[in-house]
Design a protein around this ligand. Structure first.
Ligand code: PMP
Length: 298
């Protein structure tokens, strides 16, 4: 079956799907994106992703291309046309195409692209049972990591370093020695006394949709939650570590820079949260947070 992409109002076969050479997404990374999980042919936490997309657009003063409802329909239709059951949909909105000039061009319309694909989750499930390795890398990204832009070069370099080290993820460390997040995930630890710790929202991290969902589910489970920065030393002394993201769900991290976390195996808390999160995604977002409230700060 040929894959279909949505490009600026049209559903096109891949061979015909293209954007302009002077698109600002291509030239300046002047674009934002979302990746939404698909389970049972339906989007997971669609509202959270669309609220975050609007926030990213507004922060950069890129015009909202259409209403939230219309975008949700485009996503659902792209999923349907590609017959995605379990997988992802990728949505990108750039400021538009215009003669190359740094300042914003007048009178351009945003470029909207959506592509969807099936993903075999068996590999991720096996990784979750075993646990994965992380390495640390300096966080060399820009100062507004809360905006989900396609400016992902620093993240790609960190992920490549992880891959070359045989690791799954790179944990990024700020100048003060605190972990910000993973190159494409949020970072968590479970301390020796059982507190679940993750960095608070702010300009230094992306407010992950999975982070918010897991935070809410953990709260409902009665787990003790602390939103504060933590160091690599603290992570290595922790009982457990894990990452959350749309594509990894809840993924136990069992070593950092080759040193074991806890007993070196996947932790009970991460395992429990993964199971609860899987139930959440199968229900497409039951017990969800108030999404509008997740992204107002800062
Ligand atoms: N942080 C970064 C830097 C990311 O790229 C991602 C994944 N896009 C996340 C966190 C996790 O966000 P989400 O749970 O919304 O996928």
């Amino acid at each position: 079956m040929s894959r279909i992409a949505y490009v600026n109002g049209r559903y096109l076969p891949y061979a015909q799907a293209a954007v302009h050479v002077e698109d600002r997404g291509f030239q300046f990374a002047d674009a934002v994106y979302e990746v939404v999980a698909v389970v049972g042919g339906r989007l997971v936490d669609a509202e959270g992703h669309l609220v975050r997309l609007e926030r990213s657009l507004d922060e950069l003063r890129i015009l909202r291309p259409m209403s939230r409802t219309a975008l949700a329909m485009v996503l659902a239709e792209t999923v349907r046309r590609n017959r995605v059951q379990t997988g992802h949909i990728y949505l990108q909105v750039s400021r538009g195409a215009a003669r190359r000039e740094f300042a914003f061009p007048a009178g351009v319309s945003p470029t909207v692209v959506a592509i969807a694909r099936n993903v075999d989750m068996t590999k991720a499930d096996a990784s979750a049972r075993r646990g994965v390795a992380a390495i640390s890398q300096p966080d060399i990204r820009w100062g507004r990591c809360d905006i989900k832009t396609v400016g992902l070069l620093a993240a790609a370099l960190a992920k490549q370093a992880a891959k070359e080290a045989g690791a799954y993820e790179a944990w990024l460390v700020d100048r003060d020695g605190f972990v910000t997040e993973g190159s494409s995930s949020n970072a968590w630890i479970v301390t020796a006394d059982g507190a679940l710790v993750t960095r608070p929202l702010g300009h230094a991290i992306l407010g992950g949709i999975t982070r918010s969902a897991v935070f809410e589910l953990a709260r409902q489970e009665g787990l003790r939650l602390e939103e504060r920065p933590f160091t690599l030393t603290e992570a290595l002394a922790a009982r457990e570590a894990f990452v959350t993201s749309t594509s990894s769900y809840v993924m136990p991290v069992t070593s950092i820079d080759g040193k074991p976390v806890g007993n070196g195996g996947p932790g009970l808390v991460a395992g429990r949260l993964r199971a609860i999160y899987e139930a959440h995604s199968a229900s497409h977002g039951a017990g969800r947070p108030d999404w509008q409230a997740q992204f107002l700060a800062p």
